[in-house]
Write a protein that binds this ligand. Sequence first.
Ligand SMILES: NC(=O)c1ccc[n+]([C@@H]2O[C@H](COP(=O)([O-])OP(=O)(O)OC[C@H]3O[C@@H](n4cnc5c(N)ncnc54)[C@H](O)[C@@H]3O)[C@@H](O)[C@H]2O)c1
Length: 426
Amino acid sequence: MTDTVKALAGDVADLGLAAEGQRLIEWAAKEMPVLRLIRERFERERPLEGLRLGACLHVTSETANLAITLKAGGADMRLCASNPLSSQDAVAAALTRAHGIPTFAVKGEDSARYYSQIQAVLDGEPQLTMDDGADLVAELHKGRQELIPKVLAGTEETTTGVVRLRAMARDGALRFPIIAVNEALTKHLFDNRYGTGQSTIDGLIRATNILLAGKTIVVCGYGWCGRGLASRASGLGAHVVVTEVDPTRALEAVMDGYPVMPLVDAAPHADVVITVTGDINVIDRIHIDRFKDGAIVANSGHFNDEINLAAVDEVSVEVTAPRPFIQSHRLRDGRTLHVLAEGRLLNLAAAEGHPAAVMDMSFANQALCAEYVAKHHESLQIGVHDVPNEIDAEVARLKLHAMGIRIDALTDEQRRYLSSWQSGTA
Ligand SMILES: NC(=O)c1ccc[n+]([C@@H]2O[C@H](COP(=O)([O-])OP(=O)(O)OC[C@H]3O[C@@H](n4cnc5c(N)ncnc54)[C@H](O)[C@@H]3O)[C@@H](O)[C@H]2O)c1
């Protein structure tokens, strides 16, 4: 197959799954009313007409609804996976076959195929990049610099991607503007907190089918994802322990009612440990040595380096797979340690990622930011930018409207009062 033919056909597990994928996409669409409103407007106004868009996102039924919206706005787009384990093969097939969006994503692919798919998206010479974790932008800057002058701007979906891109900007390496969709309130307050909270528990239960009530679950990192995960685990009756490195976040966890301690102290008591930090080797050899027999470790942070898997391998004498997404390591001293989903995002690998209702808001931000870039790229400086406030507010307004919830409006008197300093103690 020539490269061009391969590019148009995408790279999916089985195009025969397209009908099943279409049903999943339509099911998710029911919970994505804000994106639907945007799509209807995009169909009329075509704000992305002719824009070449390269997206590297988790290929799920919710992402499919975003891709369809962007195409309805006129974008000429290609999509690849942002993680080797998170793709839904049926959805990838439906996007490629039924929607004419070349998709490059196969669940369980190896690293070489993952990166070749990113290259296939870059072959489309994107003018707008849409990333989740910044692998697309990093590959573009590392090996495809000749394409950079064609890029108008990019968007980034997740905390880890924003952290990476800010590091690139600090090093003077970043060469086009990026809008940090993750930083929108209507993204991280809901997607990272309620989405990751619920779907990580979903992944844990689907992978293991353990009862959470009465278990000790250690949540590493009390950021947006960690807060959601801790509250959901606690709601199911688990004893939740939090570990942190940031004193303010640690204090917040204490006042939210959780025991907080170093992981090395929590490790011997943990039935389950889940990392959601965006950091490296959070679970390291020193912790592995202290886990009790039968402990379960998993990660829901972006990259698969939060658990030091090389250190686990070092002390393993045998690895078995009692169920999908569980690798049980028998350790030299006779204990067993269960690692879920190869340390990759548990919620996307073992479950289906976030429910559509939260992705509705995240992807509404993505779609509106794509439109913003199409209109305003000339005035955007190189660097990482926040989502414009009016987009954030519009997404919240549309979501409330779709939920049938009305709120109060400021009176003229209140508006004047809130913007003045003259009146004080009455
Ligand atoms: N699974 C998903 O679907 C999903 C969704 C959104 C974000 N994410 C990813 O989850 C990760 C966390 O995102 P967030 O928005 O909560 O970030 P955040 O910055 O709000 O929180 C991360 C927290 O981890 C803490 N931390 C860092 N190193 C630590 C360590 N060694 N031990 C304990 N705590 C540590 C930080 O102090 C911070 O409070 C990122 O990688 C992000 O990209 C995943």
